[in-house]
Design a protein around this ligand. Structure first.
Ligand SMILES: O=C(O)Cn1ncc2ncnc(NCCc3cnc(NC(=O)Nc4cccc(Cl)c4)s3)c21
Length: 273
């Protein structure tokens, strides 16, 4: 039968296009695979960076997880290759880029848009949890949009990468659940908390516990110091969903299944994702 051996890719299989963005460990370019003319995103990671931050097993774990995940709302990792100084990730190309930019441009999203993205995220997370993968690091920067504006979770660092991010990077605490911020043992419910944070941010344009300093954000998260501004006007259904997710006790947070059955999602989410 057809030889199923993994194809060995190399740089000469691709024509490199414009740079898409600059990550901490390397840049991302649009690229075209020469034989198929297929457009991909190529992420370059410098080996000396991997050495310097000692994140080999993290990258390996990301690839193991990523090659086993197939979901319309999770950005595909098609494969990888390396030369003597760089590792190349061959990624699905998200034509409309970072959701973050859309959010910053529009200030906040419509309730239909927000509900559609929350439903897509919930479906993707339900799929991940089925595969025993906890994301723990979902934030607008890790969410991309394909050519039809469909949401794609992109940060394959997943649990391992986000763990080190929390310790080593000064990245924002805004999206972390109390038990993560307290560095307590945590389970899948951390992603449910993050869905509440994102839902708030999609509708109001900023995360709910934003503060001048990290320690103030920390205090606001621990107290679940949540308030709803009077503008932009947001429906009671949307506020109800946020209140059912931003609950200190992780066992009391609305389950992923219940989120998909929530009136606000049923009323507003576009079922074609
Ligand atoms: O380029 C942009 O800024 C935005 N952009 N715009 C369109 C677009 N289409 C596809 N991908 C994009 N960006 C790459 C998204 C990633 C997916 N997976 C990653 N994995 C990773 O970086 N892993 C990793 C790196 C270094 C160390 C370790 Cl331990 C792990 S990055 C796109």
């Amino acid at each position: 039968q057809r030889e199923t051996r993994k194809k060995q890719w190399s740089l000469k299989d691709f024509e490199i296009g414009k740079p898409l963005g600059k990550g901490k460990f390397g840049r991302v370019y649009v690229a075209r695979e020469l034989k198929s003319k297929y457009i991909v995103a190529l992420k370059l990671i410098f080996k000396e960076q991997i050495e310097k931050y000692n994140i080999h097993n993290q990258l390996r774990r990301e690839m193991e997880i990523q090659t086993s995940l197939r979901h319309p709302n999770i950005l595909r990792l098609y494969g990888w290759f390396h030369d003597d100084e760089r590792i190349f990730l061959i990624l699905e190309y998200a034509h409309r880029g970072e959701l973050y930019r859309l959010l910053r441009k529009n200030g906040h999203l419509s309730e239909k848009q927000a509900a559609t993205y929350i439903a897509s995220l919930t479906n993707a997370l339900a799929y991940c949890h089925e595969k025993h993968v906890i994301h723990r690091d979902i934030k607008p920067e890790n969410l991309l949009l394909d050519h039809e504006g469909r949401l794609k979770i992109a940060d394959f660092g997943w649990s391992v990468q986000s763990r080190s991010k929390r310790h080593t990077m000064c990245g924002t605490l805004d999206y972390l659940a109390p038990e993560m911020v307290e560095n307590k043992a945590h389970d899948y419910a951390v992603d449910n908390w993050t869905l509440g944070i994102l839902c708030y941010e999609f509708l109001y344009g900023a995360p709910p516990f934003e503060a001048e300093t990290q320690s103030d954000t920390f205090k606001r998260i621990m107290r679940v110091d949540l308030s709803f501004p009077s503008t932009p006007p947001v429906s009671e259904d949307a506020k109800n969903l946020i209140l059912r997710l931003l609950v200190r006790d992780s066992t009391q947070r609305l389950s992923l299944q219940k989120i998909l059955e929530h009136p606000w999602i049923i009323k507003n989410a576009d079922p074609t994702g």
